[in-house]
Write a protein that binds this ligand. Structure first.
Ligand code: SF4
Length: 74
């Protein structure tokens, strides 16, 4: 499978790269409802466990989705 390039404009994120490209190896995008249950940011070490626990999380619109991997630049 081809690797996906994630374009993101959140330039205060630790993983944000020039040209609005996400440099994270993996990210978690989920529903806002589920996102509120977990820590403010989720790094790649936690992804597998959370994905197993959460399962599938359909939403009704793009506004109900969010990137849970966001981490503020230090
Ligand atoms: S981790 Fe999420 S918020 Fe951060 S640059 Fe990547 S897509 Fe954007």
């Amino acid at each position: 499978m081809d690797q996906v390039t994630v374009r993101c404009t959140v330039d205060n994120c630790h993983y944000w790269g020039r040209g609005n490209v996400c440099d994270a190896r993996e990210i978690l995008v989920t529903s806002e409802q589920v996102a509120r249950k977990y820590p403010a940011n989720v790094d790649t070490q936690q992804l597998s466990a959370i994905l197993e626990e959460v399962g599938e999380t359909p939403t009704g619109s793009s506004e109900e989705t969010c990137c849970k991997t966001f981490r503020p630049k230090s």
